[in-house]
Design a protein around this ligand. Structure first.
Ligand code: KIV
Ligand code: NA
Length: 263
């Protein structure tokens, strides 16, 4: 049987770290879950790593449905989270529900939506109607045109307070998990302590309940500069399977991320 949202909540309550990687196809889905990855995130980062786009903005709902179906077919144990792509969750709650329902029908167990308290009404609408939601705050790549780049969020006192308020509002609205991307480790820790749902970090320090990385990044498949929060797990590994196993072990034991990966 697939890992349930309840099982993930229990891991968080028991202090067991949750290991997450992005996944876009059936073959990797099988490898990842066999390596002990708890959640497969069908991320809209597929726009970058599969499609060669500069941003995640061009990714369509059909793209996400296709890749969610591939990941669902290739796995049987892992929990599947699917991103709602740009333009499909920023609409009325009713329309967001229709879009999310297509991802659920394709095999997702939860959808992920970018945005702070502004999304609370939508999160409440979906979660009251059977669609679990992970809220995504901090660096939200779909808003890159407003953020002005992929930089650390929540650095000023004002931004930090806003982020904490957003987190509380989203949990209250029914979010089942909260992802924080590239925020100061101390702030992510504060949010994690404040909430009772699992928090997921990427570039958010060691204290989140879960860690996620983009699969291609952690396998060393990237060009250009390595982001500070990422580690190439192929270094020192003899195979992809070993790199995945090392990632899961490093997350579960708290060896990753280290302070050098945090802000
Ligand atoms: O799309 C994605 O890969 C993500 C993670 C980086 C959190 O949203
Ligand atoms: Na994403």
């Amino acid at each position: 049987m697939r890992t349930t949202q309840g099982a993930l909540q229990k891991m968080r309550d028991d202090g067991e770290k949750i290991a997450i990687l992005t996944c876009y196809d059936a073959s990797f889905a099988a490898l990842l879950e066999n390596a002990g990855v708890d959640i497969l995130l069908v991320g809209d980062s597929l726009g970058n790593v599969l499609q060669g786009e500069e941003t995640t903005l061009p990714v369509t709902l059909d793209d996400m449905i296709y890749h969610t179906r591939c990941v669902a077919r290739g796995s049987s144990k892992a929990f599947i989270m699917a991103d709602m792509p740009f333009g499909t969750s920023q609409v009325a709650p009713e329309d967001t529900f229709e879009n999310a329902a297509e991802l659920m029908a394709a095999g997702a167990n939860m959808v992920k939506i970018e945005g702070g308290s502004i999304m609370a009404e939508t999160v409440e609408f979906l979660t009251r109607r059977g669609i679990p939601v992970c809220a995504h705050i901090g660096l939200t790549p779909q808003s890159v045109n407003q953020l002005g780049g992929y930089t650390v969020q929540g650095k000023t006192d004002h931004q930090a307070k806003q982020l904490l308020d957003d987190a509380v509002a989203l949990e209250k609205a029914g979010a089942g998990m909260l992802l924080m991307e590239v925020v100061p480790a101390a702030l992510a820790k504060k949010v994690t302590r404040k909430l009772s749902i699992p928090t997921i970090g990427i570039g958010a320090g060691i204290d989140c309940s879960a860690q996620v990385l983009v699969l291609y990044d952690m396998l060393g498949i990237y060009s250009g500069r390595k982001a500070r929060f990422m580690r190439n797990f192929m270094i020192g590994a003899g195979s992809i399977q070993e790199a995945l196993a090392n990632y899961v072990k490093s997350v579960k034991t708290g060896e990753f991320p280290t302070p050098e990966h945090a802000f």
